[in-house]
Design a protein around this ligand. Structure first.
Ligand code: ASP
Length: 344
């Protein structure tokens, strides 16, 4: 099978190996990936690698790094059948969500993966994650079309839509969860693709469009019993703030006292977009379910439905980067752009 894959190494645990002299973990030279993981040669694919320099722990990821990444994908888009991005797990869901919005009309797989244990350690989960990610990125259907033309995360035998994931375990090999959307593929003896759940283009052959303008004047505000008006005011008064991702209780509920609703009203009045998502790990915001949610809706708060925090934040970065008009941003927030929310 004549397939070509570009393996992009950004950093993170997966690319570490023990220095034989000091026994410290340090990144290995990705130019030699085929020597480190000789199993990859058995695919018979052309596997090229690109390593960021310097490689970074994913806690240091900044939005401008996503811009570099989408530019790199665009530059090499025609030359490869699929892309595998090795990335630290800590912020992998943010990167996957951001890429899903920044890449429009994507027709090839972009699979992010990493590991909990370095690839150079005996019990590593990195080898299986890497090998299966490459197989998935190269997989085609009987018509020669990619099986998963989406930005995905592959981890511990499951393939997820990237913008539906959250890192939920700092311990288990199964580090990610996609609570509101089923897995795109299950990997056991066979790789079982859930094709009815995968987003395929309406018509194939469109050029990839990349969006590199991001506006990051956005904060996440998680509400909690004990939150004070002064704290809310400090957030609302951040100079230049364009949007607040409001992590509410349950199905989108928040305190009903004037100290809270009045501050939200002031924010909306100042032109700040307030996007309501739930701090529950699964389920959706429904601002009509309780009076406490209705009050927010009346103040002009927008529903984020069943969005993850990562998708809500990066969708705002993306939409505010493209549009200056709040009405336009609000109407796009309510639309399912890349499979990130469960509305049609
Ligand atoms: N701190 C590391 C990172 O996110 C953890 C990992 O790779 O799993 O880069």
């Amino acid at each position: 099978m004549n397939r070509s894959i570009l393996l992009i190494y950004t950093g993170g645990t997966i690319g570490m190996k023990q220095d034989p002299e000091t026994s410290a973990l340090k990144p290995f030279n990705f130019k030699h990936i085929l020597d480190e993981v000789p199993e990859l040669k058995k695919f018979g694919y052309k596997i090229d690698s690109y390593s960021f320099d310097p490689v970074i722990d994913s806690s240091d990821i900044e939005p401008r790094f996503w811009v570099d990444l989408v530019r790199l994908l665009k530059e090499h888009y025609q030359a490869y059948d699929g892309f595998v991005i090795l990335h630290g797990t800590d912020t992998m869901s943010f990167t996957a969500s951001a890429l899903s919005f920044m890449l429009e009309d994507l027709e090839k797989p972009v699979v992010l993966t990493g590991s909990q244990l370095p690839i150079g350690m005996l019990r590593t989960d990195g080898k299986e994650n890497l090998i299966s990610s490459i197989e998935i990125a190269a997989a085609k259907d009987s018509r020669g079309r990619p099986m998963v033309p989406e930005v995905c995360i592959y981890f511990e035998s499951q393939l997820y839509r990237g913008n539906r994931t959250t890192k939920y375990s700092a311990e288990n090999f199964r580090a990610f969860k996609s609570a509101n959307y089923p897995v795109l593929a299950d990997v056991g003896i066979h790789i079982k693709y859930n094709t009815s759940l995968i987003n395929y283009p309406h018509s194939w052959g469109r050029p990839l469009k990349i969006h590199t303008e991001l506006n990051t004047d956005v904060v996440i505000l998680k509400i909690f019993p004990g939150l004070k008006k002064e704290m809310m005011d400090a957030v609302v008064d951040i100079p230049g703030l364009r949007a607040i991702v409001l992590e509410t209780f349950g199905s989108g509920n928040a305190p009903t006292g004037e100290w809270f609703t009045g501050t939200i009203k002031r924010a909306v009045g100042k032109g700040i977009i307030v996007l309501n998502i739930t701090q529950c790990h699964a389920g959706s915001v429904d601002m009509d379910a309780y009076a406490t949610g209705k009050a927010l809706k009346e103040e002009g708060v927008v529903s984020g439905y069943d969005s993850t925090t990562e998708a809500a934040l990066t969708k705002l970065f993306f939409l505010l980067g493209q549009n200056t008009d709040n009405l336009c941003v609000k109407s796009l927030l309510e639309k399912n752009l890349r499979g990130e929310i469960s509305i049609s």
